[in-house]
Design a protein around this ligand. Structure first.
Ligand code: ADP
Ligand code: ZN
Length: 533
C-alpha cells in the first residue's frame, strides 16, 4: 500500500486554496496545529463554529488518509460531496453502498489516493475495516459527534464505546474528538472513554448571542405558532424567511404543516416515514427556495448547512437541554438575528414522564432520562435569563443577556404557596384516605368545585378542599401544576398522568417553605382569522 502524500505545506495555504477562506475562526488555527503536529485534541464547539476544518485541514497537511468517524450516513454523503467539489480526495464507507463501490473506495485508500475517508462507527468496529486501515496509512482519526460515547449523555450510541480501541491499535496516530453539545460530565466521559488523557482541550463559548430564546406556556399551540410565524417568519420587507418547526411525532408534523399551509405559510412536513424521494425534494426546496418552513421531527436538520435559518420553533417539549440546544442551534448560523421559540404545557410533562416510565432499559437509564427532562423543565420555568440558565447547564458562567424573553419582559412572580398547599393536600387526602390517585384535570375540577359526573361518582364534593380553589381559572391551575412538577414538588405517573407529591413537598405542606410561581399572561389568541387545515 502507498500513503497519500501531504497536499499542503501550511494550514493557511490549505484554508485559502481549498476552502477559499482568508482567516481562521476562533481556535481553529490552534486546534489544527495541535493535530497536524501529531497531538490529540478534544474540541467542544457550538454548531456552526467550524469544527470540520479542524480535522479536514490536518488531514491535508499530514501524510496518509484522515479517517473520520461519523454516525450519520446522510451527513457523510453531503460532506464528502462538498469536499470533492473543492478538490479534496474524499470518500466514505457505509452500509448504503454496493459491494463494488465499497471495493473501489478500499482500493483508493490502499493506493494512497484518499485525503479523507468517512466511516460509520458500526462499520469501523468490524474486523474487516480495522484490517483494511491497518494495511494502509492513517494520518489521523477524527471522532465527530463525540458526545455519543457518553452513557450519561442524551444521545448515547454503544458503537462509540469500541472506539477506545483506536488508541491501543494506532498509538502513534493523532485523534481528535469533536462535539457541539457537552456538559462537564459528558466532556469528562469523552476524555476517559476515548482514552484522551493526553489530549489538549479546546472549549469554545457555547453562547449564540444572535439567537433570541423565548419559551411560552402552551395554550392553543397551532394559533400561537401561527402568530409567531406571522411575526417572525418575515424579513424587514415582509418577505417570508426560512424556518424549522420541530414536533415529536410524525402525525403532528403533518397536521401542523397542513395547518400552516392552509394559512398561507409555505410549510412542508418532514419525517423518517416519508418517501425518501419526497424527503430529498423537501430538503432541496428548503435549501433553494425562499422562505420555506419545514415542520419536522428531529431527524431533520442534522448536517444541513443552511446558514440563514431565521427561526426554530418547538411545539413539543424537547427531551433534553442538549437536544434543545442542538436543534435551536440550527437557527442563525450566519450570525444574523434569529429566534428560538418553544411552547410547552402540562400535557408535555405528563406525556414525557409516561414515555420515561414505559421506556425499556434499566432503572439507571430511566433516571438519566428523568434528569434530562428535569433540566429542560427548569429552563422552561426559570424566572431568570434563559441564556444564563442554558450556558450554566454547559458549565459556562454569564451575565443576563438582554436578548431572551425573561430579560426583555421580566416575568412577574407570585406567592403560590397557598394554592400549592390546597392541591397537595387534596392529593394526599385522596391517597391516604381513599387510596385513589388522579390526574391534573380531575384534581382541578375538585379544587374549582365543578360538579362533573366523575366528581359525583366518587363523592369528591365531600372533600374538605372541594371548591377551595375557585379563585383561580382552569388555565391558572394548570400552570400551577406544571410549575410544581418542574420544581420537583409533584410527580406524574403512568398513562393517565396521575399526580403524587414528592418528599420535598412536605416542607411546603407544613408551611416551612414557600413556593414562588411565574405569573402567566392569559391572553386570547390573536390570529382569529386562522383557518383549520
Ligand atoms: P460545525 O461542524 O462546527 O457545525 P462547520 O464545520 O459545518 O461547523 O462550519 C460551519 C460553516 O462555517 C460552514 O459553512 C463553513 O464552511 C464555515 N466556516 C468554517 N470555518 C470558517 C472560516 N475560518 N472562515 C469562514 N467560514 C468558515
Ligand atoms: Zn436573557
Amino acid at each position: 500500500a502507498t500513503a497519500a502524500p501531504a497536499r499542503f505545506a501550511s494550514a493557511h495555504e490549505a484554508l485559502h486554496t481549498v476552502f477559499g477562506y482568508d482567516a481562521f475562526r476562533g481556535e481553529q488555527a490552534e486546534i489544527i496545529e495541535q493535530v497536524a503536529s501529531g497531538g490529540d485534541a478534544v474540541v467542544l464547539m457550538p454548531t456552526g463554529g467550524g469544527k470540520s476544518l479542524c480535522y479536514q485541514i490536518p488531514a491535508l497537511l499530514r501524510e496518509g488518509t484522515g479517517v473520520v468517524v461519523s454516525p450519520l450516513i446522510a451527513l457523510m454523503h453531503d460532506q464528502v460531496d462538498a469536499l470533492v467539489r473543492n478538490g479534496v480526495r474524499a470518500a466514505y464507507l457505509n452500509s448504503s453502498q454496493l459491494a463494488g463501490e465499497r471495493a473501489a473506495v478500499e482500493r483508493a485508500f490502499l493506493d494512497g489516493e484518499l485525503d479523507l475517508l468517512y466511516i460509520a462507527p458500526e462499520r469501523l468496529n468490524t474486523e474487516g475495516a480495522k484490517h483494511l486501515l491497518a494495511r494502509g496509512t492513517v494520518s489521523l482519526f477524527a471522532i465527530d459527534e463525540a458526545h455519543c460515547v457518553a452513557q450519561w449523555g442524551h444521545d448515547f450510541r454503544p458503537d462509540y464505546l469500541a472506539l477506545a480501541e483506536l488508541a491501543e491499535r494506532w498509538p502513534e496516530v493523532p485523534r481528535i474528538a469533536l462535539t457541539a453539545t457537552a456538559t462537564e460530565a459528558t466532556h469528562r466521559e469523552i476524555t476517559e472513554r476515548l482514552s484522551l488523557g493526553g489530549a489538549k482541550h479546546f472549549v469554545s463559548s457555547f453562547d449564540r448571542p444572535n439567537i433570541q430564546y423565548r419559551i411560552a406556556p402552551k395554550l392553543e399551540v397551532r394559533r400561537q405558532l401561527l402568530d409567531f410565524v406571522r411575526s417572525e417568519g418575515v424579513d424587514a420587507e415582509g418577505r417570508p424567511v426560512p424556518g424549522i418547526v420541530y414536533a415529536l411525532s410524525r402525525a403532528t408534523t403533518e397536521k401542523i404543516a397542513a395547518f400552516l399551509a392552509a394559512n398561507g405559510v409555505n410549510a412542508l412536513p418532514y419525517h423518517a416515514g416519508l418517501d425518501p424521494e419526497l424527503r430529498r425534494s423537501t430538503q432541496d426546496r428548503f435549501l433553494r427556495e425562499d422562505g420555506v418552513v419545514v415542520v419536522a421531527t428531529i431527524a431533520f436538520g442534522m448536517g444541513i448547512d443552511k446558514p440563514d435559518v431565521r427561526f426554530v420553533a418547538h411545539v413539543d417539549l424537547p427531551k433534553s437541554v442538549e437536544g434543545y440546544y442542538q436543534e435551536t442551534g440550527r437557527a442563525g448560523r450566519d450570525g444574523a438575528p434569529a429566534t428560538a421559540w418553544l411552547a410547552y404545557g402540562l400535557q408535555d410533562v405528563v406525556q414525557q414522564r409516561r414515555m420515561i416510565d414505559d421506556s425499556p432499559g434499566d432503572l439507571a437509564h430511566r433516571r438519566r432520562l428523568s434528569a434530562h427532562l428535569d433540566a429542560m423543565l427548569a429552563l422552561c420555568e426559570t424566572v431568570q435569563c434563559r441564556r444564563q440558565n442554558l450556558l450554566a447547564y454547559f458549565g459556562e458562567a454569564s451575565e443576563p443577556c438582554g436578548n431572551c424573553d425573561t430579560c426583555l419582559e421580566p416575568p412577574a412572580s407570585w406567592d403560590g404557596t397557598v394554592p400549592a398547599q390546597k392541591l397537595m393536600s387534596t392529593i394526599v387526602r385522596l391517597q391516604r384516605e381513599r387510596r385513589q390517585k388522579f390526574g391534573a384535570g380531575h384534581l382541578i375540577d375538585i379544587l374549582r368545585g365543578k360538579e362533573t359526573p366523575r366528581v359525583r361518582q366518587y363523592g369528591h364534593d365531600s372533600l374538605s378542599t372541594w371548591g377551595l380553589g375557585a379563585d383561580l381559572s382552569d388555565q391558572q391551575w394548570r400552570g400551577v401544576v406544571r410549575q410544581l412538577l418542574a420544581q420537583g414538588l409533584l410527580a406524574t405517573h403512568g398513562e393517565y398522568g396521575t399526580l403524587t407529591i414528592t418528599d420535598a413537598a412536605g416542607e411546603v405542606l407544613s408551611g416551612r417553605r414557600s413556593v414562588m410561581l411565574r405569573t402567566e399572561v392569559e391572553r386570547a389568541p390573536r390570529s382569529r382569522g386562522a383557518k383549520a387545515a
